[in-house]
Design a protein around this ligand. Sequence first.
Ligand SMILES: NC(=O)c1ccc[n+]([C@@H]2O[C@H](COP(=O)([O-])OP(=O)(O)OC[C@H]3O[C@@H](n4cnc5c(N)ncnc54)[C@H](OP(=O)(O)O)[C@@H]3O)[C@@H](O)[C@H]2O)c1
Length: 319
Amino acid sequence: MNADNAGTMQAVRFDDYGSTCVLEVRNVPIPSCGPSQVRVAVAYAGINPGEIIIREGHPMARKMFPARFPDEGQGSDFTGVVTELGQSVTQWSVGQLVIGMSDERSSQAEFVTIDESRLVALPEGLDPKVAGCLYVSGTTAYAIVNAVGVSEKDTVVISAAAGGVGILASQLARRAGARVIGIASPSSAEVLSGLGVEPLAYGDDLVERIRAVAPDGVDAFLDCFGNGYVDAAVSLGVPQHRINTIIDYEAAQRHGTLMVGMAAIKDPAAVVAKLAELIARQELIFPIRAVYPMTEVRAAYDDLAGRHGVGKIVLAVNP
Ligand SMILES: NC(=O)c1ccc[n+]([C@@H]2O[C@H](COP(=O)([O-])OP(=O)(O)OC[C@H]3O[C@@H](n4cnc5c(N)ncnc54)[C@H](OP(=O)(O)O)[C@@H]3O)[C@@H](O)[C@H]2O)c1
């Protein structure tokens, strides 16, 4: 794919709420660069479960993130190369490799424009595929581990411990010195064990099985999956202020537990810069489980909706 001379580019768009069938890759105008903005030619763009909820038109998402039809765009995370600078931009230069996040749901495109404060330099040694999907999962993982204040005294349970958010949250909790029990399927167990996380299969009798492996109790619970994990944490006796969910807001309200997510991070670029350095130095891992060309965006989201696998799925735009 390549942007043409007539000022258009390929981008993911949709004109109505629905299944992945509404997603199309079409020619649209290249976005213009505002005074404090940088234009980036996107190499890789991330995909996240929240985008499914927006595209399917779930009632809460319609209120919080209403789609702008026709020609609604999609995608937050990206990595790429700076191609143009707004007049007042001081921190960046053309040709620099950057990691970013669009607040406009516009990263699944050949070009994206973004405020310069939202960019982070791509550290040497960081795989651009990894960089392309780091922002949302990384800031969320950082936020949730901080929200419950993990330390070396704690036993922490994490649901969906091998997913995009969970795999980083698990490692951050381990780096804080905690014992971490990671809920995942047996197919994710080896990766988790390699990170010093104790894998525990989801399924029947989970609360009893957690009690059996943590007879002294669970100090904190990070729910990255929903479907009853907040209830499980409450029945394990975890204090309300040490239970966080990023998905089951109904249960959080019912029990008075936390629902801290990426929005809690005041300086997301600083957090992403820190995580990117740690991954580049191989002190953290952030596995990529599949790469799809942007033209196969429907298949990529169908895969994501299956909710299985270790780490992230990423779209190759112009790698
Ligand atoms: N509020 C926020 O700021 C925020 C930000 C980002 C994401 N989120 C939300 O957080 C959630 C997680 O996002 P993500 O990107 O990490 O998702 P993801 O990568 O799609 O998570 C997939 C993981 O879920 C695991 N899983 C499947 N069935 C499970 C079960 N019954 N119990 C426990 N784990 C199970 C899978 O493990 P196996 O492969 O081993 O089966 C897989 O590793 C999503 O709902 C997303 O919308 C919220």
